[in-house]
Design a binder for this molecule. Structure first.
Ligand SMILES: [Zn+2]
Ligand SMILES: [Zn+2]
Length: 427
């Protein structure tokens, strides 16, 4: 391992920076199993170092001796944030290529001033359509019909390149295509609607009357995926297979399927997401219904026009859920107490069994069975396996085994006392 690999693996940010500044080769993979510094960064789970390696020019498609890339290695050890960073990295130079006139072009395909804002959108890990439109809106240079048209044409070119290059990158191609589709819709709204991009955001967020589900948003994302121009792509087929059977309004949404495919994030388990822009780590709740989360007041304000229609209903649902949760908690506590007393009883019966006999077990069984039956009536949610009859439980078995072993020893001792040892071996 090179010093840079060591520093990356140990998560030493300053040391990595120092070594890179002094010319350490980020792509050296003379490691005995072909690991690179980026792979070690991914394994360590340090997001900053992962990003630093990428910015220093680390290749993402190099594989180690077991044929795995850095992203795959990071995913293997559950470092999903690093996977996301690697999968969404796009070197600025690749974009800057389009800011210079190529071939017979008189002017570049992408004006230099647009490269920065476009790069920011390309490397974003949150691909929520509202977030993308907010990023466009944030930059007055970008929020113009002509600028957006130039940008989506460049995105389409990058998409094509990703599919036609030797090491095809379907994930990146899909991401470029998707952002291009959102940009194209931005152009439509800028041209046709008086409220411009705000109108687009409103359309994206507007929930249907029944349950507040944003139908337009779902349809737009589905349509964008379907319009991916390379129908032989495995990723496209995979996405269509996951999305097509899902009814509008059911899970998973097209957004979650797409995000999972592109960022490599598996499930949204341990974080809250903003209802408006999909940003991870939202921690502000609607104070009325307490059912939806936002990044900040701005996101809440944007969403209010549609949320206000369902807020009251959600509030009722929330209150009902709270009541049920309280009831369930009480039931659990009761059950726990019951289990504890049962355990005590079971413990004492198995102790009594040290002088075993079929009668002892017979006595214990019916009691336990009755209690299991009662539980069956009240708790239908439990899995059948969880309701397995108690006599077979390990606790009982252990008790029985223990007592029979003890008995054998007693018998042996007694026999030893009475008969000669040579006779015992025959026995
Ligand atoms: Zn937000
Ligand atoms: Zn609310």
């Amino acid at each position: 391992m090179t010093p840079l690999m060591h520093a990356a693996y140990k998560g030493k940010v300053d040391m990595c920076r120092l070594l890179l500044r002094h010319g350490a080769d980020v792509n050296c993979n003379e490691h005995e199993h072909g690991y690179t510094a980026l792979m070690f960064a991914g394994l360590s789970g340090n997001k900053e170092i992962t990003w630093m390696m990428l910015e220093a020019g680390a290749e993402t498609d190099v594989v180690n001796s077991v044929g795995r890339t850095a992203a795959q290695m990071a995913a293997f050890v559950g470092q999903h944030d690093c996977v996301t960073i690697i999968n969404n990295f796009f070197p600025r130079e690749r974009l800057d290529y389009y800011t210079k006139p190529q071939g017979l072009d008189k002017e570049p395909k992408l004006p230099v001033k647009l490269a920065g804002p476009l790069h920011k959108i390309i490397t974003t890990t949150n691909m929520h359509p509202v977030k993308i439109v907010l990023l466009v809106k944030e930059n007055p240079l970008l929020a113009e019909v002509e600028a957006l048209q130039k940008c989506y044409r460049v995105l389409d070119l990058i998409c094509e390149k990703c599919m036609k290059q030797k090491d095809m990158n379907e994930v990146l191609a899909m991401k470029m295509h998707y952002i291009s589709c959102i940009f194209q819709k931005c152009v439509t709204f800028l041209k046709e609607r008086e409220d411009k991009l705000d109108g687009f955001i409103k359309s994206l967020l507007k929930g249907r009357d029944k349950d507040g589900f944003p139908v337009y948003q779902e349809k737009l994302i589905r349509e964008s995926i379907r319009k991916f121009p390379y129908c032989e792509a495995t990723l496209l087929q995979q996405l269509v297979r996951s999305i097509a059977p899902v009814e509008l309004g059911s899970d998973p949404t097209a957004f979650s399927v797409l995000t999972q495919a592109i960022t490599g994030q598996v499930g949204f388990v341990d974080a809250e997401f903003c209802t408006t822009c999909g940003e991870k780590g939202a921690d502000k709740r609607c104070s009325v219904c307490k059912m939806v989360m936002y990044c900040d007041q701005n996101c809440q304000k944007i969403h209010w026009f549609t949320h206000k229609k369902v807020c009251k209903t959600l509030k009722e649902i929330h209150e009902k859920q709270e009541l049920e949760a309280a009831k369930e908690k009480k039931k659990q506590e009761k059950k726990q107490k019951k289990d504890e007393t049962e355990l005590e009883e079971a413990g004492s019966t198995s102790e009594e069994q040290s002088a075993p006999g079929p009668d002892a077990t017979k006595e214990a069984d019916p009691n336990l069975w009755i209690q299991t039956d009662q539980r069956e009536e009240t708790e239908l949610t439990k899995e059948p396996e969880a309701r397995a009859p108690r006599p077979d439980s390990p606790l009982e078995n252990r008790g029985r085994k223990k007592s029979s072993k003890l008995d054998c020893q007693l018998l042996r001792g007694f026999l030893c006392f009475v008969f000669k040892p040579s006779f015992l071996t025959v026995l």
